[in-house]
Every structure is written in C-alpha cells, then in structure tokens.
Design a protein around this ligand. Structure first.
Ligand SMILES: *Cc1c(COP(=O)(O)O)cnc(C)c1O
Length: 839
C-alpha cells in the first residue's frame, strides 16, 4: 500500500497534537514512546517486536478510550439499547482495524517509521482472539462492527474463553490441534473490570416459602456459586465518534480457598472448587454444529447469560429505571439457542429476585428477547437431558415446566385434541429420554424469530419450526446475513477498495447498498478493467508468497485461484471439490493439450477434533495434493494447496486473492453462509448451489455472472423420497467411476487401499449429502468456469459487476433490518439530530 488510499484519515475531526490522544503523527509517536516506557517498561533499544506491538496497541486504545466515556454515557441515557448475546465472537486482529476506523492509519505509519519501525510487521505480530468456531462467531463480530459504525447504543455479551479455537497444524497430511494461547503475551485490547462482578449459582435445590406480604415465593439454594468478572473490549465504528462495548465474562471461584478444608490438611480438596469454577470459561467447544450436550457447555451458557442479565438489570437500575420498564430499555438478540436459557433466567431474576408477578415478568421477557435460528440440521438443535438440567439448574427447570404448562394450555385451546402437535411443540422432548428443547424455549420466550437467508427462513417455516409458524406466524421473519465492508474490503483489500473509492468517492464504505452499484459503469471502461485486473493479480501474488511460506508449495499467480475456505464438514462437500480435482487431473494426464487454464485449487478450514470423517477429508485433500504437486506432467497446469490454520487473519489474505469461490454445500443445508459474501465482495465469481444466501447473491449479481449447478433443496428432498441410490450414479458416469476407482486403488495413499475407504464407502452406499448426484453438473459447470476464465477481459467485467451488485450484503443492511423490524432502537446519530432539530 502506498501511503494514499483508502485508509487515509478522511473526515476525522480531531487533529490535535498537544494532548496525549492527539491524531497527528507527532502525538502518536510521543504516546507510543510513553506507553513503551510506562506500560511495557522498556527503552526503545531493548524493546522486542512484541513490546512495540503492545505499546502501539495501547496507543491506539488510548484514542478509543476517549470515546468510551461518551459511549457509556449514551448507554445510560439512551431510550433503548441492543444487547447481542452470543457464545462466540470472532473479531480478528484489532490493531489495523482500529487504526482504520479511527482514521489514523497513515499518521501511525509515519510515527512508527520515524522510530525506525515497520508498521506492517507490527500488525503481523498480533494474534487473534479465536473465541468462535466459524461463521456464527464471525457474524457476531461483523454485527458489532456495524452497530458501532451506525452508532447504535449496544453491548455484545459473551464468554472470555482462556483458550479459543485450536490452532491447526498439518502433519503428514493430517490435522493436528495445538492449544490456542491468545492471552499468553497479554491482551492490550481488554480492560478488566473486577468491580463489575456477579455471582452465578449452580446446582442444589429449591425451597418454597411465603414472603412478608404473604406471597408464594421460591428460593434457590445452590450447591455452589461462581463469580463472573467483566472484561471489556472497545469496538470502534468507522469514522464515527463512538465506540461500542464487547463485554466478556471470565469465571472465578468466589473465595480463593475453602479454608475449612485447607485447615484440615485437605490441600487438594481446598483448591478443587477454585479449579472447577475457573474451568467454566476455560475453553471454547470446537464443534461448529453442537450435538448432544455436555454439562460444562450448559454451565458456560448459563454462566454468561446470568452475568449479562444481572449486568443489564444493574445498568437499568443505575439509570433510575424500574424493573417494570426493563423491556423499554433493552432489546436482547439471542445468537442461536446457545443463550436461550435467558428466557428462564430473566423470568427467575424478575420473579424470584425482584418479586414481580409472573404474567408481567413474562410480558417483559417476551418483549425483550428475540431469537436468531442458524441451523436446520435436526441433529444440531440443542437439547439437554432432564436429569442434567435438574442437577445444575433446578430452579430453571421449574420455571420451564411452568412456562410449558401455560404454553401448552394455550395450544390445547387452539388445537383441541391434537396431542401429536402438543408433543412436538412442548418444551420437553419425551420421545425417548426426556430433554429440554432449547429452540422451543427460545421460540416461546421471544417476540421475534428470524432465519438468516430467504431460503433458510422459508425452510424454517416449512420444516424445522413448522408447528411454531402455524401457531404464531407473525413472529417469523427473515434477515439475510451480511459482512462488514470495512474489515472485508477496505482493510483486507486496500488495492481494490482504493480503485472503487477513486471511481465513486468513499460513501460506498458505509453505504454500499446505495452507492456501490455505480461501479457498474466502470465495467465498460477498459482502463478501469486493466487496473482491476492488476489489483487482483497483486493480491494473488501476495497469497502465492504466503502459500510458499506456510506450505513450501510454489504456485503460479497467473493461474485460476479456485478457493474453498470454511469449516470442514460433509455437508459443505469439500470432497466434491476434491473429486473434480481428480477428474481434471485424469483429463490433463490423458490430454496434455487440454484447452483449460492453469488452476490452483486452495482449501482451508478446521475440522472439529472429534469429527473423524472431516479429519479424513483433510488427509484426503493433502494426499491428492502430494501426488499432483509432484507430477511433472501437470506441473504448470494444476496445483492443490491445503492452507493450514484458516482463521480471520488468514482469511483477510485469502478472500481478496480468489478468482473462483466454491460455495457447493448440498442445497438446504447451509443456513446462509457469509464466506460466499466475502468472496464475491472481493471480486471472485461463485460456483455454487441454490443454498443459503447463494440464492440471493445470484439474484443480485445476475445468473449470467454466477456459475450455478446441482440439485435445488426441493429436488434433494424428492430424490431422497424416491430412494436415492448413489451406486447407480457411480455406474452411470464414466469419469466419476474413474475418479472414485483411482482413490480406491490406493493411488493417492501410496498403495494403501484402506485409508480412504470410510470416505468412498459412505459415498457409494449412503451419500447423505448427494455428492454423486451433483457430480455431473458440477463438472460441466467447472468446465464452463475454465472456458470463461480464458476470456480474461470478460471475466474481469463479471468480477466488477459482482462487486457492484453486492451492496445488499453489508452487515450494516442486516443491522438496519434488525433495528427496524425487531429491536426498535434508534441510532445516536438520529437521536442527536432530533435534539439539534428541537433546539
Ligand atoms: C467468514 C468466515 C467463516 C464462515 O465461512 P462460510 O463459508 O460461510 O462457512 C468461517 N471462518 C472464518 C474465519 C471466517 O472468516
């Protein structure tokens, strides 16, 4: 990047160098040196790169804290604030993003250069808080970015995991998990708030009694109590005066020792409770799609929900609000069912603690809460066994039974005699053992339920939540996901963003939906197309360098970069992509003069440590890569790369370098996807199925600029209803048979015919995700991609049109929809304007 666009301080008002938090290079340099002395306790001569990074981080943070005061005040004064409850946040590295948003990128570069340092190497020093698995956590982070940029009074609430998602290494082609130690070198972005702490009870039993007014009450007598401590991270908006707050909870023991046990000489017993309490926020569960629940996971969910609700009640109280007006002050969004226990916990706090009447408490709870569904996979719907629930949250179970009793009474009136429906709607699953159904709890306790893409919401209404839709259709709505154009375009793709800003000005950064479409005119401008091609080329060269550094594989930056990065999952069908590679390889071997562009197929993504098939798919890709990359016959025609440790930081280098985006999940399985949006916003064309938000992306960019293939969701259902036979697909298609037979022969496993048998057996016998059914149309469509890529000028046109038509997929648009349709919260900007209008 050469000093100019687009990270320059556009319209930042504060330019003072006479104070610590001034925005000039001089002020930044002085603050940086001060922080190096007074926080890192280093002199420049002895400072390590990490010392400088830390000092710089504090320097940038200083400039956010100035805005922090205002943000906190607005939280206390605003008429209503948004609280986003999420068990995962995947914000990515903070430093560069914060500099961009504050508008101090170039001054900082200058300040750092004056000290003989390189800004990019300090930025590279930062790891990332991996407090999420993938799309869901990243969505929460994009939403905070938009909430901050739109100046919405808001708090993100979650868990401060000591160990986030594992780091992935590849050894002999297999995934190896390495503990993520993101806090090891200190976290300069968070501010511990030991005085903001709450007690969270667990276990024990309940007692009924009558209070002084003679009312029936219940008291929970817990077996133990843990303490939650707040850690705050400021989230800056883009070129605005405010920051928003990410408040994460760390668990601790209430007392450091059980001194009675200690005095009796039971040292280990005495520390045990401390250890158990601190375990709660110790580690993130690394499953992308949770299955049957573990006790620790339920404690994590309850722990952070209870701390957050207690915190909100405190804020409300401090601002002089009565409990009765809680729902006027706050809107809570539940990011999936992970925080769904909030329904019962808010009831408990209002009824047991604040002595509110049940009916009023229920109104407040429903008015406050809304629920975002993220999955249709029935096996991924959270449920907790009754005995486990009873043991950990006895009072909540009583409350859930009471909610259920009242709810089913209403259902009986609506559908007299329909016991089957009653069983399906019940908050308690009684089919085999008894379970609490968290999605049902969230649905009943919320006033709004949304899916995350148009298709997903329709399927939700027709299948997974059909009975609820029948009961209260007015609660259901769609809000299609989005991503932050700041992090995923301006920051990660400065070259392309600079071109767009040169052409259109900068309004697209905060308002792509209104302004980026003007880029369409530039698709016909040959000079612009050439500049566009050069930027993409440079991004590809950068990624090629990184690939060589991380994997040793040398790839040709002129080749078609065909990329699939996302969690490894059978439904996402990375192995379908692999089958295409094998077919393409066989064709190249047979016909060296095949008319197809050189391709580099790049994969990235983590597999859940317990997901055997996903880990085998990683090995499969690496095995294919090993054979193909060392075959001189195809050396300059085909390369395969597995890029290790896909995370936000790596994503920022990968998405901007893609020519082709692989969005090939089986239709009906991907709720929305957000990777699909990041690719397309960075000028990649998509090969994809009609799944999740692909449907809407295709609508926006136009079918002629999107490579569609495969069965639609309904066709998948039909096929399965008829009795899908993958073996027939295998026999019918010569190339498919050849590809699978080659795998079975041990060709990619040094003669070992057993290694990939679990994979080929699944495909040939069951093929739950219909790879073999979709294979022929996938191959035909990949051929189309290859031919289209050969006509470079036309390809670049399509690339520009993709970006020009993707404005809808800014997370700002998603957040505006949440604001209007669910939260009914006003931007501070709007509120401020009204104040000004009045005066
Ligand atoms: C965007 C993103 C995802 C989600 O990708 P999908 O393709 O939507 O599954 C997962 N992980 C990271 C690090 C991301 O940035």
């Amino acid at each position: 990047m050469n000093g100019e666009h687009p990270l320059k301080p556009a319209d930042m008002p504060i330019v003072r160098d006479d104070i610590r938090t001034g925005m000039t290079a001089e002020a930044i340099k002085n603050d940086l040196l001060e922080n190096l002395y007074y926080i890192q306790a280093r002199i420049p001569k002895l400072a390590t790169r990490n010392d400088w990074y830390m000092a710089l981080a504090y320097t940038v943070r200083d400039r956010m804290l100035e805005r922090w005061g205002m943000a906190m005040e607005s939280l206390h004064q605003s008429s209503r604030a948004v609280c986003y409850f999420s068990a995962e946040f995947l914000p990515g590295p903070h430093l560069a993003n914060a500099m961009m948003n504050l508008g101090i990128y170039e001054q900082t570069r200058e300040a750092v250069a004056q000290l003989g340092l390189n800004l990019d190497s300090l930025i590279a020093q930062e790891g990332e808080p991996g407090l999420g698995n993938g799309g869901l956590g990243r969505l929460a982070a994009c939403f905070l970015d938009s909430l901050a940029s739109l100046e919405i009074p808001s708090i993100g609430y979650g868990i401060r995991y000591e160990f986030g998602i594992f780091d992935q290494e590849i050894r002999d082609g297999w995934q190896r998990e390495v503990t993520d130690k993101w806090l090891a070198l200190g976290n300069p972005w968070e501010i511990p708030r030991p005085e903001i702490a709450y007690y969270v009870p667990l276990g024990g039993h309940t007692k009924q009694y009558h209070d002084k007014q003679g009312r029936f009450r219940v008291r929970w007598v817990p077996a133990h109590v843990v303490k939650g401590l707040a850690y705050d991270t400021p989230i800056p908006g883009y070129h605005v005066e405010s920051v928003t707050l990410l408040r994460l909870w760390k668990s601790e023991a209430c007392e450091s020792f059980d001194f009675q046990a200690f005095n009796k000489g039971d040292y280990y017993g005495a520390v045990e409770d401390k250890v158990a309490s601190e375990t709660i926020s110790k580690v993130l569960y690394p499953n992308d799609e949770p299955s049957l629940g573990k006790q620790l996971r339920l404690s994590q969910q309850y722990f952070f929900v209870s701390c957050s609700l207690q915190d909100m009640l405190r804020i409300h109280h401090l601002a002089g609000g009565a409990p009765d007006a809680f729902d006027k002050r706050f809107a809570i969004q539940l990011n999936d069912t992970h925080p769904a226990i909030a329904v019962a916990e808010l009831m408990r706090l209002l009824v047991d603690r604040l002595a509110m009447e049940w009916d009023r408490a229920w109104e407040i709870t429903q008015n406050t809460l809304s629920y975002t569904n993220h999955t249709l996979l029935p096996e991924a719907l959270e449920k907790w066994s009754l005995p486990l629930f009873q043991k950990m949250l006895p009072r909540h179970l009583e409350i859930i039974f009471e909610i259920n009793r009242r709810f089913l009474e209403d259902v009986r009136l609506t559908y007299p005699g329909d016991n089957e429906r009653l069983r399906r709607l019940s908050l308690i699953d009684e089919t085999d053992d008894r379970y609490v159904r968290m999605a049902n709890l969230a649905a009943v306790g919320s006033h709004a339920i949304n899916g995350v893409a148009a298709l997903h919401t329709e399927l939700l209404k027709e299948t997974t939540m059909r009975d609820f839709y029948g009961l209260f259709p007015e609660k259901f709505l769609n809000i299609t996901n989005g991503v932050s154009p700041r992090r995923w375009m301006v920051l990660s793709n400065p070259g392309m963003s600079g071109l767009i800003s040169d052409a259109l000005g900068e309004s697209w950064i905060c308002n792509p939906q209104d302004s980026i479409s003007r880029l369409e005119y530039f698709a016909d401008d040959a000079a612009f197309r050439e500049a566009w091609r050069k930027v993409k080329q440079e991004n590809k060269r950068e990624l090629a360098r990184l690939i060589e550094e991380r994997t040793g594989i040398v790839v040709n930056p002129e080749s078609l970069f065909d990329i699939q990065v996302k969690r490894i999952h059978e439904y996402k069908r990375q192995h379908l992509n692999a089958l295409h590679i094998i077919t393409h390889y066989i064709r190249l071997k047979r016909n060296p003069s095949l008319d197809a562009p050189p391709r580099t197929v790049i994969f990235g993504g983590k597999a859940a440590p317990g997901y055997v098939m996903a880990k085998l798919i990683i090995k499969f890709i690496n095995a294919i890569a090993e054979v193909i990359n060392s075959d001189p016959d195809v050396a300059d025609r085909l390369k395969v790369v597995f890029f290790p440790d896909f995370n936000v930081k790596n994503g920022q280098r990968i998405y901007p370098a893609a020519d082709l985006s692989e969005q090939i999940s089986m239709a009906g399985k991907e709720a929305s996807g957000t990777g699909n949006m990041k690719f397309s916003l960075n000028g990649a064309l998509t090969i994809g199925t009609l799944d999740g938000a692909n449907v809407e992306i295709r609508e926006e960019v136009g079918p002629e600029n999107f490579f569609l293939f495969g069965l639609a969701a309904e066709e998948v259902l039909d096929l399965k209803a008829q009795g899908y036979n993958p073996w027939a697909s295998y026999e019918r298609n010569d190339e498919l048979r050849e590809a699978i037979d080659l795998v079975r022969s041990g060709f990619f496993s040094r003669g070992d015919r057993d290694l990939f048998q679990p994979l080929t057996n699944e495909l040939l016998s069951r093929d739950e995700y219909c790879l073999l059914a979709d294979y022929p149309s996938y191959i035909v469509t990949q051929d189309k991609v290859g031919r289209a890529y050969l006509v470079q000028d036309q390809w670049i046109r399509m690339s520009i049109l993709n970006v020009a038509r993707m404005g809808k997929f800014s997370s700002d648009r998603s957040i505006r929809e949440y604001l209007e349709k669910i939260w009914r919260v006003e931007s501070l900007r709007a509120a401020g304007k009204q104040e000004n209008d009045k005066s």
